[in-house]
Every structure is written in structure tokens, then in C-alpha cells.
Design a protein around this ligand. Structure first.
Ligand code: PLP
Length: 405
């Protein structure tokens, strides 16, 4: 019988956040085994739900949502996005510079596919949110990983970025606040990245999907507010801040030097027209979400659930011999270091599988984030304080006995 193989375009494409360890967890759950799921940033899964008014507005507009809309998205939603960035110090942007997508994920693919020819390089953080590496690779490009340095609160290493620019480099991806490390970058680091982009004629892709989730009143700077000379492609959406990841609604804003990229922008436009438009009902959530009181504040302020859960994970992990992590300043993740002198771990996927089978805790191994060594894993701190405290004790028990076979 003729066998069909997957395309070679997928040879180096992986997305381990939903990879083989998760498949094993699904199998165990089908057998009736309870698993603590710390693998995806999916707030409603942990009773962190959308504000009522967001749901109400989508419901109210269902009847108006039957038809396809403009490929870039509903005008009123794009207008609300423009106004949001105006309040954040991003100028020179209008509705034509906004693309609404089926989640920001779709737009990550568009902005890579429209740009890259075979062999073109994109600088992507290490560790990364793996969609970026996957999308660049699938588009025929080469993901060149630059170091985010754990010794410096996981900030991007500007010297490493500079050293890795070649004549094939087209852009730099920045994820801020960061998944998987929880780092929030200071303005000086972002200015350093702008300078590198300016000196080398690069585009900056700024993934800011966690821009509303910042703890301890830390100041936050939108990359696009820092430059008019570099083309900045900002990605964002409602999945995390407004707890509607299932709605699949995100956006991309082009700002700064658009003159240098007319042809590239036409490419993005072609891709957006090919899929006609993004999910229309969910676009009605945008205006309501971006205006008025931001209920995420109740979760991230001291005493709020996310704030408390962040502290439980940070303190709990650092109390376990052999494990440590920096304090997440944003987002919903901690990237945990395993002391490899104490534990001889050579395969971190095996580590994740062993943890799953013995303690029924599902995490994602660090190499799933293009981290080069088998010495980290990512924890999502969305489960309730009770579940997280339970997780910490399971991890403590596991590490006390763990020897990799
Ligand atoms: N970017 C980052 C850094 C993420 O963590 C995620 C989801 O976890 C996404 C983009 C994609 O989000 P969505 O497609 O739901 O907008």
C-alpha cells in the first residue's frame, strides 16, 4: 500500500507543549488517573474566567457575526486596538496597520511566512515560546537562538544577539513579558535591542501577549513606543489577559518604519486575504476588553490569586533541594533549574515522563523551549494554591528519590 509521509518542511518543526509527554498524560487520564496539569497557559481551565461583560458583548453580537468581515478584521475592533496603543505611547499607527487573527498564533505564522526565503535567519530567544522557532522553520527560515541569561534575571544577552547577526538576518523576536521565564525586560534592554535592529536594518517582532500580567508594579515598556526608525511588529491578544484562549482572537500591529517594508506588508496582506478573515464573533470582545476596568488587576495585585500562586511556586521550588528558579515578574510561568551536579539527567523528556508516571504531575521539559541543555523545566502557575502546594510536595518527594535510569 502506498505510504504517505509528512512533508520535509516539518522535519525540524516541533511543539512539545502539546507533545509526547502530553499524549501520555491524555492516555493516563483516559484510564481515570488524575493529573495535575502544569503544561499550558489556559486560564479558564483553572476557573480563571473571562469578565462577564466580554461574554455578554460577544453573545449580543452573534447575529451580526454571520458574514465574513474584512480580512484585517472588524473596523471597530481595529480602532480599539489603535486607541489602546496610543494610550501606551505608540504613535503613528492607524486601523490599516492592524491585523486581527485567529489567535496571535496565526499571525506569528503570517509574519514569518511572508518574510522568509530559504536560509534567511531570524534571531529568536533561547529559551523561547516554541511557536516562533517552529513558524520560522516551517517558512523555510533558520531560527538562530540568542541567549537569555539566567544569571541576569533571564534578560536577553545583547552581546550574544549582536554576535549572531549575519547578512542573512532579517529580524529579532522578543517575548516580553517572557514565556517561559516570567522575565519582564527593563527599558534599557529594549533600547539595546532597538539599537541593534537599527544598526543592522532588522525588523523587531515583539510578542507582548502577557503585557497585562505584570507583578509588583514593575514598569512595562512596549517595544513599539521606543522607535520610529525600525519596523516593529507587535503581537498581542485576549487569550491570557482576558482569559478567552478558546475564542482564538489576537492581533498584530505594524509601527515605526513601514516605508522600508511595503512589499513585505503586501505579503502579510496576501496571507490574511487567503484565509478570508478571522473568527468574527470573538472580534466583538476586543473593544470591551481593551476599554474600562481591567479585571486582570484583581488577579495580579497582592492578595490576588495569580500573585499568590506565583509566590507559592517561587518559594516552593526554591525550598526543594536540587531545584531553583528566579522570581517571575510577569506572565504565568516559572522556568525551573535542575541542579545537574546532583542529578545526572541526560534526557529531560524522560525526566518529564518519569515525573508524570510517578507523581501524576505534567510539566514541559526545557528542551521543548529550545533550551540547549536537559537541565530545566517549565511550570504553569495557574492551578489553585491548594493544587500548587500539593504539586510542590510531589516534586519534593520525586526529587528526593530520583535517579535517571
Ligand atoms: N505568544 C506567547 C509567548 C504565548 O505564550 C502564546 C500562548 O501561550 C501565544 C503567543 C499564542 O497565543 P494565542 O494564539 O492564544 O493568541
Amino acid at each position: 500500500m502506498r505510504q504517505f509521509q509528512k512533508s520535509h518542511k516539518l522535519d525540524n518543526v516541533c511543539y512539545d507543549i502539546r507533545g509526547p509527554v502530553v499524549a501520555e498524560a491524555d492516555r493516563m487520564q483516559r484510564e481515570g488517573i488524575d493529573i495535575i496539569q502544569l503544561n499550558t497557559g489556559n486560564p479558564p481551565h483553572f476557573e480563571m474566567n473571562a469578565p462577564d461583560e466580554v461574554i455578554r458583548d460577544v453573545r449580543l453580537h452573534l447575529k451580526d457575526s454571520e458574514a465574513y468581515c474584512n480580512s484585517q478584521g472588524l473596523f471597530q475592533a481595529r480602532k480599539a486596538i489603535v486607541q489602546y496603543y496610543q494610550t501606551q505611547g505608540v504613535m503613528g499607527v492607524d486601523e490599516d496597520d492592524v491585523y486581527i487573527g485567529n489567535g496571535s498564533s496565526e499571525l506569528v505564522s503570517f509574519c514569518m511566512s511572508a518574510l522568509l526565503n530559504d536560509g534567511d535567519e531570524v534571531l529568536i530567544p533561547m529559551p523561547d515560546y516554541p511557536l516562533w522557532t517552529a513558524a520560522a522553520t516551517l517558512a523555510g527560515g533558520k531560527a538562530v537562538h540568542y541567549l537569555c541569561d539566567e544569571q541576569s534575571d533571564w534578560y536577553p544577552d545583547l552581546d550574544d544577539i549582536r554576535a549572531k547577526v549575519t547578512d542573512k538576518t532579517k529580524g529579532i523576536v522578543v517575548i516580553n513579558p517572557n514565556n517561559p521565564t516570567g522575565a519582564v525586560y527593563p527599558k534599557e534592554i529594549l533600547e539595546g535591542i532597538v539599537k541593534i535592529a537599527e544598526d543592522n536594518g532588522l525588523i523587531i517582532f515583539s510578542d507582548e501577549i502577557y503585557d497585562h500580567i505584570i507583578y509588583d508594579n514593575l514598569p512595562y515598556t512596549h517595544m513599539a513606543s521606543l522607535t520610529e526608525d525600525v519596523l516593529v511588529v507587535t503581537l498581542n491578544g485576549l487569550s491570557k489577559s482576558h482569559r478567552v484562549p478558546g475564542f482564538r482572537v489576537g492581533w498584530m500591529v505594524l509601527s515605526g518604519n513601514k516605508e522600508c517594508a511595503k512589499d513585505y506588508i503586501e505579503g502579510i496582506h496576501i496571507l490574511s486575504t487567503m484565509r478570508l478573515c478571522a473568527n468574527v464573533p470573538a472580534q466583538y470582545a476586543i473593544q470591551t476588553s481593551l476599554g474600562g476596568y481591567q479585571s486582570i488587576q484583581d488577579l495580579i495585585a497582592p492578595g490576588g490569586r495569580l500573585h499568590e500562586q506565583r509566590d507559592i511556586v517561587y518559594e516552593g521550588i526554591n525550598s526543594i533541594p536540587g531545584l531553583s528558579c528566579t522570581k517571575p515578574s510577569g506572565a504565568m510561568y516559572a522556568f525551573v533549574k535542575i541542579d545537574t551536579e546532583a542529578f545526572n539527567i541526560t534526557d529531560d523528556m524522560q525526566f518529564a515522563l518519569d515525573l508524570l508516571k510517578r507523581e501524576k504531575v505534567l510539566i514541559v521539559q526545557g528542551t521543548g523551549f529550545n533550551w540547549p541543555k536537559p537541565d530545566h523545566f517549565r511550570i504553569v502557575f495557574l492551578p489553585s494554591p491548594i493544587q500548587l502546594n500539593d504539586t510542590i510536595e510531589r516534586l519534593r518527594h520525586f526529587m528526593a528519590h530520583y535517579i535517571q535510569e
